[in-house]
Write a protein that binds this ligand. Structure first.
Ligand SMILES: [Zn+2]
Length: 259
C-alpha cells in the first residue's frame, strides 16, 4: 500500500477506534443526563458532574464476580446493568436479579448530600395518603413527584386503603440492614409503605436449595403509579422488599440499554 493511501486509512482506523471506545461511556452519560436534567451534566472529558460538582468517571462494568462485592463497589455503569422493566411482572425475579440495588454511592452523595445535615437542608415535608407527614428531598423535584403520586393514589378504590395507611417511613440516614451500604432512605428519595402488608426477603426462610421464595401482596395498581413518576419498586427484586419504592429515573426510562 502506498504512503498516500496508508495515512488516510490509518487516520480513519484511529477515528473509528476512538468512537468505539467512547460509545459505551457516551450512552451511560446520556442516560443519566436525560434522567436527571436538573442536576446532571456531561463534561467534555467524558465524565458527568452532579450539581456542578466533581467530575465522576464513567467506569466500565465492574469485573467482580461475587454478587455482594458487585453491590458494594457498583460503578455508574453497574448501576444500569440489570434492566428494570416497568409494568406487570410475568415471572418472579431470577436469583440475584435486583435491578436498582447496585448503587454508586458517590453519585447519590453528590446528588442529595454527603451526610445527614446536608441531606436534610434539601428536604421538605409532604402529606402521605392518610395525612402522615413525611420528609423527602426537593432535589430533582422528588417532593413534587411524591405529591403527584399521593394525588393519584387517593383516586384508587377504598379497598387499597390498607396498603396506603401507616407508612413505614421516608427519610432516615442509615445503612441497609446487614450491610455497610447506605440505604436510599438516607437521601430522602425512598418510601416504605405499610410494613404490615409487605414482605421482605430477610424475614423469610430460604428453601433447601438456598433460594428465597418470592412473596408479595402489594397490588400492581400502586406500583404502576410510582413507576409513572420515576420510582422503582423493591418487589421486582429477587431480594424482595415489597414495601420499598425509590426515585431512580435512570432505570425507569424506556432506553436503559447501556450494554
Ligand atoms: Zn425501604
Amino acid at each position: 500500500m502506498s504512503k498516500k493511501i496508508l495515512l488516510p486509512v490509518m487516520c480513519l482506523f484511529l477515528l473509528l477506534l476512538s468512537f468505539i471506545n467512547k460509545q459505551p461511556h457516551t450512552n451511560v452519560a446520556n442516560i443519566y443526563s436525560k434522567a436527571y436534567p436538573a442536576t446532571v451534566v456531561i463534561n467534555s472529558d467524558n465524565t458527568v458532574s452532579v450539581n456542578k460538582g466533581r467530575h465522576l468517571q464513567i467506569e466500565p462494568k465492574s469485573t467482580q464476580q461475587d454478587f455482594e462485592q458487585w453491590l458494594n463497589n457498583a460503578t455508574l455503569t453497574d448501576q444500569l446493568e440489570q434492566e428494570y422493566t416497568k409494568g406487570s411482572m410475568t415471572v418472579v425475579p431470577a436469583i440475584n436479579f435486583d435491578p436498582g440495588r447496585a448503587r454508586c454511592e458517590e453519585f447519590f452523595e453528590e446528588m442529595y448530600g454527603h451526610n445527614a445535615g446536608e441531606v436534610i437542608k434539601n428536604c421538605t415535608t409532604i402529606q402521605w395518603v392518610d395525612g402522615t407527614p413525611l420528609v423527602v428531598t426537593k432535589v430533582n423535584g422528588v417532593d413534587k413527584h411524591f405529591r403527584q403520586i399521593v394525588a393519584e393514589l387517593k383516586k384508587l378504590p377504598s379497598t387499597f386503603s390498607k396498603y396506603l395507611t401507616k407508612p413505614g417511613g421516608t427519610y432516615n440516614w442509615r445503612n441497609i440492614a446487614g450491610t455497610n451500604r447506605r440505604s436510599t432512605h438516607s437521601y430522602g428519595i425512598a418510601i416504605d409503605i405499610n410494613v404490615g402488608q409487605s414482605h421482605y426477603w430477610r424475614n423469610s426462610t430460604a428453601d433447601k436449595k438456598g433460594v428465597y421464595p418470592y412473596k408479595n401482596k402489594i397490588p400492581m395498581e400502586i406500583v404502576n403509579i410510582f413507576e409513572k413518576h420515576g420510582f422503582i419498586w423493591g418487589g421486582k427484586w429477587y431480594h424482595y422488599d415489597t414495601m420499598h419504592f425509590e426515585y431512580r429515573p435512570e432505570l425507569c426510562s424506556t432506553e436503559c440499554s447501556c450494554n
